[in-house]
Design a binder for this molecule. Structure first.
Ligand code: ATP
Ligand code: MG
Length: 664
């Protein structure tokens, strides 16, 4: 992954030996609760077992699934192309649905679905899911979809979304879910890239108390996609939709199908889905996942990292299914484990800012998985909001998507988890398919802000420029040294880009593009993307550490920092901060925050400028897009903004910096 600016980040021709500075010291520790540890699904011995024989460890994980034919070879590794469970055959949808019904659990709830309009909810048991998925599979067959064909899915967070994915998996079609917030151009590019012949969509979904149309976007996209033969439309909002001769209503086609469908077994290495990365760094990549290895690792990690007890837990992942977190930890992992999950259609502030906590209270959620961006928003809204709800059911909290600042972690633990629930900070990517680095809630004495250790069976490491492991206390590049079951198999249609992007920076190692450090105890901390690393007076400084120092100030809710060219120091740190609800902008807030960072991390990390802003630019998955802030800080016109949620944010920010202007 080439840095965007020459000389930017580690390895960019700097004079210093250190690859990435280790500035932040954190001494807080949280031991696992004794009762959780005593009954944990996974104990410390799993690390030893995997250490002794990694492939045997993954074989045992694969044995948790139902295979029509057992594999002959666990791993076939022709670097950088991996095949797992070669010769094995299974049906992913059967594993996620039918086998639970056959085991007598058909009456168990698979999903409690909660629509955004209050009172609009649906309960779907495993038997219901089996019937619905079978009908949808039969409908796709009637539309001419065959094994290997691609189906684009552009839906709001309604039950038809996982049902459509499972219907594809059942018949061996490859789904490509496109997040419902994307524009017509983004959708068209993804339909074209995957060469999808069917698109599944809805008239619209509910967002912030109002129906929000999807179908016009599909019409616009599909008008330029002659390969699309059918558009299958779910009626959700009842909005007017323009009909074309390719359109067919879900209720006309799917409802009249038989609810019986016999799943056939597919090869473990048959494609399961394509998913485009969220586009934080640039042009999204079509990541390809296959069935056997992917389901093995998503299912294993889900029960390990959340300590899932399928009989008693109620699990809620707040991500959108349009992102990999939703694929792996709303659909495939939890269903393969026979879990009961909640799916919520809307936003956290509708109809009020306590909606999430109301849902936790209503369903007595025990396991909650959300993102730092959401946690920082809740901090900004104030502690009094979650305090109004009974959240005593919660027992494990998870975080994913960005590095979690220690302050946000501690807030999450205290105000959501009542200081009793372990927080698991899970590092992984669209490309890795499943969680790779995370504490285990019954084993790890976790540190706020650290992802801690690679999971059993995963050989992640931190290396310097030359690919040598850094010693404890050192920082550098995160790499994965050995293939893992849920790894991407390639970038769809572009093996060369797969090799160049992930396997060319270091010989024989997978390079995810993230920086990390290994602390004095050997625990791992993620330090943000290496493209974002700042080079200040010969020191490589991570954005994450400076942002975390800013967020540790009581007046700051969120912060983003970037390195801007500086005549004296090479790059200087420019910070954009959002204040907490209760804090007021004062004349000396800049000086106060600069002094706070200098005291926390040392003078080298002191920002040159602090700008108080109302919002930060984020991708549609909620991640901060620092490259746009760098454009502002360096007074350039803005780069690609198509993956931004709200491009007007950039105007608000540019106004704060008198010398900078934005163009969009
Ligand atoms: P693109 O690759 O197109 O720029 P993206 O990287 O934002 O998009 P995802 O695959 O959704 O798309 O995000 C994975 C990235 O998110 C990781 O590489 C890492 O930078 C960040 N990330 C995810 N979880 C964590 C975590 N727990 N700690 C630190 N960073 C994380
Ligand atoms: Mg990425």
């Amino acid at each position: 992954m080439a840095p965007e600016t020459p000389g930017h980040g580690p390895g960019g021709g700097n004079q210093t030996q250190e690859t990435l500075s280790n500035l932040l010291q954190e001494t807080r520790r949280f031991e696992p609760p004794a009762d959780l540890a005593a009954a944990a699904n996974v104990t410390a011995s799993a690390y030893d077992e995997a250490q002794r024989d990694r492939l045997a460890f993954w074989e045992r994980a694969a044995e948790r699934l139902s295979w029509a034919d057992r594999w002959d070879t666990t791993l076939e590794w022709n670097p950088p192309f991996a095949k797992w469970f070669v010769g094995g055959r299974l049906n992913v949808a059967y594993n996620c649905v039918d086998r639970h019904v056959e085991a007598g659990n058909g009456g168990k709830v698979a999903y409690h679905w909660e629509g955004e309009p209050e009172g609009d909810s649906r309960t779907i048991t495993y038997s219901d899911l089996q019937r619905e998925v079978s009908k949808a599979a039969n409908a796709l067959l009637e539309l001419g979809v065959r094994k290997g064909d691609r189906v684009a899915i552009y839906l709001p967070m309604i039950p038809e979304l996982p049902i459509s994915m499972l219907a594809c998996a059942r018949i061996g079609a490859v789904h490509s879910v496109v997040f419902g917030g994307f524009s017509a151009t983004a959708l068209k590019n993804r339909i074209d890239d995957a060469d999808a012949k069917v698109v599944i969509t809805a008239d619209g979904g509910y967002r912030r108390n109002a129906p929000s149309a999807l179908k016009p976007t599909v019409d616009e996209a599909v008008a330029e996609c002659p390969q699309v033969e059918h558009v299958l439309v779910v009626r959700r909002t009842g909005q007017e939709v323009g009909a074309t001769d390719r359109d067919v209503w879900w209720h006309d086609l799917v409802d009249r199908q038989s609810d019986q469908h016999t799943p056939e077994a597919h090869d473990a290495e048959d494609p399961l889905y394509i998913l485009y990365t969220s586009g934080t760094t640039g042009k999204p990549k079509g990541i390809l996942h296959t069935g056997g290895g992917y389901l093995t690792q998503t299912a294993w990690t889900h029960q390990a990292v959340f300590d899932l007890k399928p009989e008693t837990d109620i699990y809620w992942c707040t991500a959108d299914i349009g992102w990999v977190t939703g694929h792996s930890y709303i659909v495939y992992g939890p269903l393969a484990n026979g879990a009961t999950s909640v799916i919520y259609e809307g936003t956290p502030d509708t109809p009020h800012r306590g909606r999430f906590w109301e849902i936790v209270q209503k369903y007595k959620i025990t396991l909650l998985y959300t993102a730092p961006t959401a946690i920082r928003t809740f901090m900004k809204w104030g502690d009094d909001i979650p305090a109004k709800f009974d959240m005593s059911s919660l027992r494990v909290l998870g975080s994913v998507g960005e590095p979690i600042n220690p302050e946000a972690y501690v807030w999450y633990r205290e105000h959501i988890g009542g200081n009793r629930c372990p927080v698991v900070d899970t590092w992984w990517q669209t490309e890795t398919g499943a969680i790779m680095i995370s504490p285990l809630p019954g084993v790890t004495a976790a540190k706020p802000g650290a992802a801690m250790r690679p999971l059993p069976g995963i050989s992640a490491d931190v290396v310097d420029d030359q690919g040598n492991s850094v010693p404890n206390g050192g920082g550098g590049f995160l790499v994965v040294r050995e293939p893992w079951p849920a790894m991407l198999r390639t970038i769809w249609g572009d093996d060369q880009r797969y090799i160049d992007t992930y396997w060319s920076r270091f010989e024989g190692m997978y390079f995810p593009g993230d920086g990390a450090k290994r602390d004095e105890d050997g625990d791992l901390w993620l330090l943000g993307r290496v493209d974002d690393v700042m080079l200040v007076s010969g020191h490589n400084i991570s954005t994450t550490e400076v942002e975390s120092a800013l967020v540790s100030h009581p007046k700051v809710a969120e912060a983003a920092v970037v390195g801007a060219t500086d005549p004296v120091t090479g790059q200087a740190i420019v910070s954009f901060v959002i204040l907490r609800g209760s804090a007021e902008e004062s004349d000396d807030i800049g000086a106060e925050l600069r002094a706070h960072v200098a005291k926390t991390l040392g003078p080298i990390a002191k920002p040159r400028q602090i700008l108080v802003v109302p919002e930060l630019p984020k991708t549609r998955s909620g991640k901060i897009m620092r490259r746009l802030l760098r454009d502002v800080a360096e007074n350039r016109s803005l780069g690609d903004v198509t993956t931004l949620t709200d491009s007007s944010v950039m105007n608000l920010i540019s106004e704060k910096l008198p010398s900078a202007k934005s163009e969009d």
